[in-house]
Write a protein of this length. Sequence first.
Length: 234
Amino acid sequence: MSAPLIVMWAHSRSASTAFLRMMIERGDVAVLHEPFLALTEEGSLELPGGVTARSEKELLDRLKERQEPVFVKEVLDYEYPHLFGHPEDLAGIVHTFIVRDPKPTISSHYALKPAVTCEEIGYERLYRLFELAWKATGRRPLVIRTEHLVREPAKVVETFCAYAGLAFLSESLTWQAEDRPEWQRTRRWHLDASGSAGFQDRRNTYRDTVDNHPVLKAFYDHHLPFYQRLVEQA
């Protein structure tokens, strides 16, 4: 019997990389950083053990076959066709989601990628995937709010562990601040995570915001209803 496959679905700039860093610190779970994103951008992905995946279907199959527990952190910057087109393949996965207030999220995303599109902000895709995962598994996915995670990390992580069937390891809540090989391909997106030694309530300031930039305001207006629906499930 294969080991549990736990996925945390996220929008970019949600502090999901800090959560992945905590999972690395545990030491008892294989951790993959954004494999669907890498596969989409690179065309193939080498998994631990020398196995290469060249399609979303192949990636899912290889992950489900692994003999140790696996944690995957994935962002919805892209519309992954197989995931959305074949929701039956979402069965057999422990689905968790993380969401952050869209105002700072959109400003942070735009600061890193001024060409970001409305779709890439990700909340609409995230909510659609939430609905598909719930229907495919018959179990309501766990939704974590970033604001709760940074305020009460032990409580939120303990809830996550109980949902995912993992032991709660309090020692994993702090770690050494460092760059990690897991995120080197997209390193510039993870500088805050590299500099952190635990979950932190970062309040960065940005020149362009939802309150002063009409394009960002349009992004916010579009995605706010999907964010609110997800928060209702948290």
